[in-house]
Design a protein around this ligand. Structure first.
Ligand code: CO
Length: 136
């Protein structure tokens, strides 16, 4: 069902410090911050040869990652995202097999593609995002 790792998201309490770590300490190419008000986050992309790491920082009052940072004040891995070819078929199969899909109706994610999230308790404590990239 799942394909390549689409991205790994890391919640950071201080975006500039997070950028500096990846840019200066690890020598990666990091994009400029991008506000996504509809998702309640500011993100940058660390572009790596095989995948993308997203540093995410809360934006606004009801950011979905504010609670995560309250529990993990130093930041931490927030979710991993895998590509799927057919997100609706993936949801149907997962639900039939008893996995908890947090939003059964896919929503449009930060990259403009449909996404769903799977309950971390079903995946060893890791929040899993599935994304359907555009057909090539
Ligand atoms: Co994501």
């Amino acid at each position: 069902m799942i394909g390549r790792v689409n991205h790994i998201a890391i919640a950071v309490p201080d975006l500039q410090k997070g950028i500096a770590k990846y840019r200066e300490l690890l020598g990666a190419h990091v994009t400029e911050p991008h506000d996504l008000p509809e998702h309640g986050v500011t993100t940058v992309f660390v572009k790596l040869p095989n995948t993308v790491v997203e540093l995410v920082h809360p934006l606004g009052d009801k950011s979905p990652i504010a609670g995560f940072l309250a529990k993990n004040p130093d930041g931490g891995m927030h979710h991993i995202c895998y590509d799927v070819e057919d997100i609706k078929a993936a949801v149907d199969e997962l639900v039939a097999k008893g996995a908890r899909v947090l939003n059964r109706e896919p929503k449009i994610g930060a990259h403009g593609n449909p996404v769903v999230f799977l309950h971390p308790k079903d995946f060893n404590g890791v929040l899993v995002e599935l994304e359907q990239p555009p057909k090539k």
